[in-house]
Design a protein around this ligand. Sequence first.
Ligand SMILES: NC(=O)c1ccc[n+]([C@@H]2O[C@H](COP(=O)([O-])OP(=O)(O)OC[C@H]3O[C@@H](n4cnc5c(N)ncnc54)[C@H](OP(=O)(O)O)[C@@H]3O)[C@@H](O)[C@H]2O)c1
Length: 318
Amino acid sequence: MRAYVLEDFGVEPRMAHVPLPDIGDEDVLVRVLASSVNPHESHVISGAARTYMEYRFPVTLGSDVSGIVEEVGRSVTRFMPGDKVFGALRGRVAHRGTFADYAALPADCLVLQPSGLDNIDAGTLGLASLTAVACVEALGASAGHTVLIVGASGGVGSVAIQLLASVGAKVIATARGREGAKYVRSLGAVETVERADDVASVVRLAHPDGIDGVLDLVLSDSQRLTRLASNVLSIGGSVVSTLRAADPEALTGARTTNVVATANPVALQHIADLVGAGCLRPSVSKVFDFEEITEAISAQQSGVLGKVAVRIAPRGEE
Ligand SMILES: NC(=O)c1ccc[n+]([C@@H]2O[C@H](COP(=O)([O-])OP(=O)(O)OC[C@H]3O[C@@H](n4cnc5c(N)ncnc54)[C@H](OP(=O)(O)O)[C@@H]3O)[C@@H](O)[C@H]2O)c1
């Protein structure tokens, strides 16, 4: 089968022909129809993921998946061959991946695809949506709360805006330019801040009594996040980071969470239900064919609104 693999540190990933992956008792073999690019893939390629993952070369890249169940392990009871599924591969070992014709995933990383959902769209939901769901839960926001999202126009932000808006929270979203501002408003943000501006000052001016939450998807520097959050939050507010930058010792008086997204059937079913109920729509801005995977990764790195999707199955079969 075709797979997009990284064979060692310091070398460019390449398309290769590799054997089908083996499946264990708890695994599912999926014929992959579509996937999407997350910043995680760039971290694996650059070797930055070495700090939190063990590499077993060759590493097949890719986390997100939509596809059709081909085979199930002996202990798997939730799926059968032919089921259409979506999800995301998570774990501490970089080896198996979804940028391939077939992918082996633990059954807990998958859920049945809601009917009517496009396969390409489904392939973009996994990691970004799991992360956004965990972030929104950690924020604890409800109707009337005001939340600032920094980095709102990307994969995680696009889902988080919609989830927060659906519970009646007011979202202030950072965005780049008029196109970015229009995009985040289309998802439910009620205020926007140009990302190049002094975000803390703009928010403070508009909300002198402070806001209820900050979801930061950009800053890896704890001190910068502490400064931003201290400037805009009211007492007892929440700070959530996907980059391990929320420092509970510095942010006294705030609730802090550093989210690490995990794949589990409950969260994935929640995402499927939100899509089914019309509360969450996937936001795909570009679709690349599998042969263009290198370009897809570059597009994600240079910044797009929402998600970069990858059509893995040949056109017409997806
Ligand atoms: N902890 C976890 O489990 C976990 C899981 C998933 C993701 N993550 C991390 O969470 C972050 C967001 O993920 P994602 O999938 O949403 O990434 P993404 O799709 O690349 O989106 C990142 C967003 O941040 C914006 N941005 C970049 N620099 C900015 C700045 N200085 N000020 C304001 N906005 C800025 C980008 O805007 P432009 O497009 O205009 O540049 C883009 O909208 C990434 O760092 C990722 O590695 C962590």
